[in-house]
Design a protein. Structure first.
Length: 376
């Protein structure tokens, strides 16, 4: 067996001809793989032995790589050579398709990686939906220009929780067809959270920057729902849209008519902590709510925030992972159900041209294999 054949065997592509992959080369797949691998075109070019301009031409679809360059490309980016072949569903995304907070502070490389992860989340969902019936998307129609508070109450009624604290927010989102993911630490940098709709399927993705505790996690998810309902025309980082999404989240989690009667006459952090645990929101959120409802002056709210910053232990930091109803599980349960009905995670990975580890990583599942440590 030649060295070339051994390389093919190692990448699991015995049934695929490298030449056929080159003939059916999908430029969007190369871009996706490069972005996910966090590599610049110049870095890939060096590893493959071509110019950076050539990599740019491959990604633009101007030219296709020669057959002898397909395997080096795959090795450089850590994918199966078959990953580059056209024919599998793909929904390339651009910045204007998603709601990003603070877009100016997000580097292009981080933004593009976040979008590439979203593309793969949709691909995985689509592969699973071939085998498992997902919950249908159930969101009310909201007319353009609807006030955030009105939209919040409309959604509460639509989802059957018109009054009181909203329980199990993430579980309710998933039961109504919204895919929710919390990325692992280090998956993307400088990205807080974002949301989009791909082929009619809403996707909400948060990161440890916004889901460091259950209260911020819930507010972040509600904020992104606000974008999905209110802002069909996404304007990433737009201050007006961000403010409206915040107003929606506050009204959704703590409706004005109910929370106003429960808030203290003056800012009392102990009382706000107790109230926040009941309603599933942070002290910070309730202080802001008191300011919005004019129950506390701007000076009082500013002093309260200063006190919290000086005494961070006053904030309740409870991990969202401790709350089953706030832990995303739609994709994970779908994978488990597939395995129970005869489709293994390995078969799913082969269909997607991913590694099984990539599926687990996307869903936040720890690799079950024991770690081999070599003794020197």
């Amino acid at each position: 067996m030649s060295n070339h054949q051994i390389s093919l065997d190692l990448f699991g592509t015995e049934s695929d001809s490298i030449r056929s992959v080159a003939d059916a080369f999908d430029p969007a797949r190369l871009r996706q793989a490069r972005v996910l691998a966090r590599k610049k075109k110049t870095e890939v070019a060096t590893l493959v032995g071509v110019s950076a301009a050539a990599i740019g031409q491959y990604e633009a679809g101007i030219t296709k790589p020669r057959a002898e360059h397909v395997l080096p490309l795959a090795k450089a980016l850590g994918v199966d050579p078959g990953f580059f072949a056209a024919g599998r569903p793909l929904q390339p995304m651009d910045t204007g398709a998603a709601h990003f907070r603070s877009l100016r502070s997000v580097r292009a490389i981080d933004r593009d990686r976040a979008l590439a992860i979203t593309e793969q989340a949709w691909e995985l969902a689509l592969a699973l939906e071939k085998r498992i019936r997902f919950p249908e998307v159930s969101l009310p129609q909201v007319e353009e220009g609807t006030a955030p508070g009105v939209a919040a109450q409309l959604l509460r009624s639509h989802w059957g929780v018109p009054q009181g604290p909203f329980p199990h927010l993430v579980a309710t989102m998933e039961a109504n067809g919204i895919i929710v993911l919390v990325l692992q630490e280090g998956s993307v940098e400088r990205v807080d959270a974002f949301s989009t709709e791909v082929s009619g399927r809403p996707i909400v993705i948060s990161t440890p920057r916004r889901s460091d505790n259950v209260f911020r996690h819930r507010f972040t998810c509600a904020h992104e729902i606000g974008h999905l309902l209110l802002h069909a025309d996404a304007k990433p980082g737009d201050p007006t849209q961000e403010r409206e999404a915040d107003e929606f989240a506050a009204a959704f989690l703590t409706p004005q008519k109910e929370i106003r009667a429960l808030l203290p006459q003056r800012i009392d952090l102990v009382e706000l902590d107790r109230l926040g645990r009941i309603w599933g929101v942070s002290i910070d959120s309730l202080i802001r709510r008191m300011g919005e409802l004019r129950l506390a002056s701007e000076a009082s709210t500013r002093r309260a925030y200063q006190r919290l910053n000086v005494n961070p232990h006053l904030r309740a930091y409870e991990p969202w992972t401790a709350y089953r109803g706030e832990s995303p599980s739609l994709l994970r349960q779908a994978v488990e159900l597939c395995e129970q009905t005869g489709t293994s995670i390995v078969e799913l990975a082969n269909e997607l041209k991913w590694s099984p580890a990539r599926i687990r990583e996307l869903m936040g599942i720890e690799d079950p294999r024991p770690h081999l440590q070599l003794v020197k």
